[in-house]
Design a protein around this ligand. Structure first.
Ligand SMILES: Cc1ncc(C[n+]2csc(CCOP(=O)(O)OP(=O)(O)O)c2C)c(N)n1
Ligand SMILES: [Mg+2]
Length: 329
């Protein structure tokens, strides 16, 4: 932890911890609901990667926008979508943030800047650049953030989006979540250069840093620099976050055959939440009672969210065609 981060108050540190725990507990319950057959369709959890969404989104205003991936529950929660709306959406209920029509991979809440999670790998990069372009044209100081995985960085969208953002100095923060695998394909086999930040710096002339994605303060610090730069009109940045997912690619999928138990266990020891909890205690930035209070608060929020989702109605079949085309006055 550097001196800059020591400037964070205990409240801010606990808020980062709270966001991570909120994501973890919500997804634990959603994974259980998926096992019970209550979540239709695939469900990709963010377990193990929570420090990234928490660290980045803590630097955003509500009117800043986020474009996300198939693994987007954490981005949605960190950007301010309620656990109720996320849970209800995954359960296919009309009270979900996409009125129960989107499910796990299509969470939308533009009122808090969550411009969409997506089942398609790559477009968040172009959408993020596009939103940044519109903010620049409008003379706004809003910032756009694109989250994407290591699986997206050899996609054409990456090269187009990064290049346009660089040459037009767009207010965008690109966040690459390198969890070492795209489904079961190791990143080391998918590219000759796993150093995404270097690629972006050298090939596209964009500021780029590589951080420990399991260290919420490292992510927070890098995001603070990138968001401040973008908001001030000084152009885009990329933050490469090295991390690891602790559950299978998607719920119900196998988790062997492409990575070893030892590897998973070595990363489990670096769990971002447990690590941060220890740091807060060792550095005397929070005591056990304060941390426990956060855990208890989140447990209540998540239990309420699941109850809300389960007791909410499914969308009325008569409304199946609603929200497909924009309403004309
Ligand atoms: C354009 C496109 N190609 C392929 C897929 C199938 N697919 C779904 S998830 C995934 C892996 C994505 O890996 P990564 O971007 O590293 O994200 P992670 O799942 O590791 O978070 C792939 C290939 C897809 N959804 N979209
Ligand atoms: Mg990946």
């Amino acid at each position: 932890m550097d001196s800059h981060e020591l400037a964070l108050s205990s409240e801010q540190l606990l808020a980062l911890y709270r966001t991570m725990v909120l994501i973890r507990r919500t997804e634990e319950q959603l994974a259980r609901a998926h096992q019970m057959g209550l979540v239709p369709g695939p469900c990709h959890t963010y377990v193990g990667e929570e420090a990234i969404a928490a660290g980045v989104c803590a630097n955003l205003r509500q009117d800043d926008v986020v474009f996300s991936t198939h693994r987007g529950h954490g981005h949605a929660l960190a950007k301010g979508v309620s656990a109720r709306e996320v849970a209800a959406e995954l359960l296919g209920k009309a009270t979900g943030c996409s009125q129960g029509r989107g499910g796990s991979m299509h969470l939308f809440a533009p009122e808090v800047g969550l411009m969409g999670t997506s089942g398609i790998v790559g477009p968040s990069i172009l959408q993020g650049a596009g939103a940044g372009y519109s903010f620049k044209l409008l003379g706004s100081d809003r910032v756009s953030v694109a989250f994407f995985g290591d699986g997206a960085v050899s996609n054409g969208a990456f090269h187009e989006g990064i290049n346009l953002a660089a040459i037009w100095d767009l207010p965008v923060v690109f966040v690459c979540e390198d969890n070492m695998y795209a489904t079961e394909v190791p990143f080391r086999e998918a590219t000759r250069n796993q150093n995404v930040a270097e690629r972006v710096r050298v090939s596209y002339g964009m500021n780029a840093v590589c951080v420990d994605g399991n260290d919420v303060l490292a992510v927070h610090e890098a995001a603070k620099v990138a968001v401040t730069q973008a908001r001030a009109g000084n152009g885009p940045s990329l933050i490469e976050c090295k991390t690891y997912r602790l559950r299978p690619h998607a719920e119900g999928m196998r988790d062997g055959g492409y990575r070893t138990v030892d590897e998973v266990e070595s990363w489990r020891k670096r769990d971002p939440i447990a690590t941060f909890r220890s740091e807060l205690l060792v550095n005397k930035q929070a005591d056990e009672a304060a941390i426990d209070a956060v855990e208890e608060e989140v447990t209540i929020i998540v239990a309420d969210a699941m109850d809300f989702g389960r007791s909410s109605p499914f969308p009325d079949p008569a409304t199946a065609a609603d929200f497909i085309f924009s309403a004309q006055d």
